[in-house]
Design a binder for this molecule. Structure first.
Ligand code: AP5
Length: 187
C-alpha cells in the first residue's frame, strides 16, 4: 500500500494535486476539509458546529477530525492506499494517524510537502474566491488560515522529518509540472 500525506499551507495545491495522484496510483482520497464541508452542506449537528469554526479560519478540534479519519480508513480497508489531504494538521493528529494505521498493520510512507510563498497562496485563494463560494476564501480569513498553519500545522513537518518521510516539493509552476515533480520523488 502507498500511503501519502500531502502537506502544505492553504492554497498550496493539495486538492489539485490529490486529484491527479488518486487517478495515477488508484488511491483513496481522504480530505478532512471536503468531509467537513459535506457535513456543513448536509446540515448535520457536526456541520453546524464546524461551520462557525471553519468560517473563521481556525482548526476544528482534533478529536472531531481524528474520528472522521478512523471511519474512512475502516471503511476502505481494501484500498491500494490513501492520500491524506489536509490531515494531519497538528502533531496530536499525526500521532493518532500512526496509531490508527498501526491497528491495520499500515503506515504513512511519505509526507510530500508543497512549498509555495505566502503572496502566491493569497493570490491563488483570492482567485478561487471568485468561483468557489467558500466562506473562508476572504482575505481576512485566508490570513487567519495561514497563521493557524504556521502556529499549529508546521510542526507536523518535523514529526515526519524525524521519521525520515518528509519530502519537500517546489509547489510553484504549472499544475502538470508540479505533478511531474511529485511523481518523480515518489519513484
Ligand atoms: P481545507 O479544505 O483542508 O483547506 P486548506 O488546507 O485551507 O486548503 P485549500 O483547499 O484552501 O487549498 P489546497 O492546498 O487544497 O489548494 P487547492 O488545490 O484547492 O480546510 C478548510 C478548513 O477545514 C480549515 O481551515 C479547518 O477549519 C478545517 N479543517 C480541515 N482539515 C482539518 C484538520 N485536519 N484539522 C482541523 N481542522 C481542519 O488550490 C487552491 C487554488 O489554487 C485553486 O483555485 C487551484 O485551482 C489553484 N492552483 C492550484 N495549483 C496551482 C498552480 N500550480 N498554479 C496556479 N493555480 C493553482
Amino acid at each position: 500500500m502507498l500511503n501519502i500525506v500531502l502537506f502544505g499551507p492553504p492554497g498550496s495545491g493539495k486538492g489539485t494535486q490529490s486529484e491527479k495522484l488518486i487517478e495515477k496510483f488508484s488511491l483513496v482520497h481522504i480530505s478532512t476539509g471536503d468531509i467537513l464541508r459535506a457535513e456543513v452542506a448536509a446540515q448535520t449537528e457536526l456541520g453546524f458546529k464546524a461551520k462557525t469554526i471553519m468560517d473563521s479560519g481556525i482548526l476544528v478540534p482534533d478529536e472531531v477530525v481524528i474520528g472522521m479519519i478512523e471511519n474512512k480508513i475502516k471503511s476502505n480497508k481494501e484500498a491500494n492506499g490513501f492520500i491524506f489531504d489536509g490531515f494531519p494538521r497538528t502533531v496530536a493528529q499525526a500521532e493518532a494517524l500512526d496509531k490508527i494505521l498501526e491497528t491495520y498493520k499500515l503506515k504513512v510512507n511519505y509526507m510530500v510537502a508543497l512549498e509555495v510563498p505566502i503572496e502566491l497562496l493569497i493570490e491563488r485563494l483570492l482567485g478561487r474566491a471568485k468561483v468557489s463560494g467558500r466562506a473562508d476564501d476572504t482575505l481576512e480569513v485566508i490570513e487567519n488560515r495561514i497563521k493557524e498553519y504556521s502556529n499549529k500545522t508546521l510542526p507536523v513537518a518535523n514529526f515526519y522529518q524525524n521519521q525520515s518521510k518528509f519530502i519537500p516539493v517546489d509547489g510553484v509552476g504549472e499544475i502538470s509540472e508540479i505533478f511531474e515533480r511529485i511523481c518523480s520523488v515518489l519513484k
